[in-house]
Design a protein around this ligand. Structure first.
Ligand code: FPP
Length: 250
């Protein structure tokens, strides 16, 4: 605990107060395709490099003491990509989850998934189920992987589930508040992200955590996701610690 003073890899030293870390950091892992294109490689190579970056950042998040890390791995819109690219991303996820299972007893990272998992292959679905089941009792750091996830889709599903509960007499429309509604989302029980990071120079949320992002601090960097480093995460955390969060107050 205390202060992280120094550098992680190359770059200028960064100072991060470990007592004032955001509880929940969310990341849009963007720029894999451009990273590959710049190297004359197929887009799949960019996703493979992105998966390695994810592994590094997830391990570092736990080391730092972050409670929640949420990453956007596959959106409801990403099915529009060529079949071989979709297949490559799914294969990377399978590989990651298999390895996560092998290391789970040692790493003790709790895993969860946000999104509609039903269109996934039975193999991937089973790996998601297993990782959640094995890690459900772990405490300390939770990694949420957004898979076939869309913010609008999540809100619509929440509204439908709430309406069904009203029809069944289990809920009352007049008593619905934000906190109660949040319980109908994929992220039920997880605090809202304090910090959302988007690499690759794009300045938008792209349907990521639309409900949960209401008061999130946003951090953008030109780096492409495969080039994102532990040092860049420290920079984002230091930047976050310089912000004044007022939640609409003064
Ligand atoms: C966005 O970059 C990235 C994705 C749609 C896929 C992200 C997937 C991974 C990093 C691999 C698997 C994930 C895990 C958790 C192991 P882009 O392709 O849109 O980049 P571009 O904008 O440069 O084309």
């Amino acid at each position: 605990m205390g202060v992280w003073k120094g550098r992680a890899g190359r770059g200028k030293p960064v100072q991060v107060d470990l007592e004032r870390l955001p509880r929940h950091v969310a990341i849009i892992m963007d720029g894999n395709g451009r990273w590959a294109k710049r190297r004359g490689l197929p887009r799949q190579a960019g996703h493979a490099a992105g998966a390695e970056t994810f592994r590094t950042i997830a391990t570092f998040a736990k080391e730092l003491g972050l409670e929640y890390l949420t990453v956007y791995a596959f959106s409801t819109e990403n099915w529009k990509r060529p079949e071989d690219e979709v297949g490559a991303i799914m294969a990377l996820l399978e590989r990651y989850l298999r390895e996560a299972i092998d290391r789970m007893a040692r790493d003790r990272v709790k895993m969860a998934f946000f999104g509609d998992l039903s269109p996934l292959s039975p193999r991937l679905l089973e790996l998601c189920r297993q990782t959640q089941e094995i890690s459900k009792g772990y405490e300390g750091c939770q990694v949420n992987i957004c898979l076939n996830y869309g913010g609008r889709d999540e809100i619509l599903r929440g509204a439908q589930a709430f309406a069904r509960d009203c029809l069944a007499g289990k809920a009352d429309p007049d008593s619905l508040g934000g906190q109660r509604f949040a319980g109908y989302l994929y992220s039920a029980g997880v605090p809202d992200p304090d910090l959302i990071i988007r690499p690759s120079g794009e300045l938008r949320l792209s349907n990521f955590l639309l409900w949960q992002a209401a008061y999130a601090e946003l951090y953008f960097t030109e780096l492409l996701w495969p080039d994102f480093t532990k040092q860049e995460l420290l920079k984002a955390l230091a930047d976050y610690q310089r912000r004044s969060r007022r939640y609409g107050g003064v």
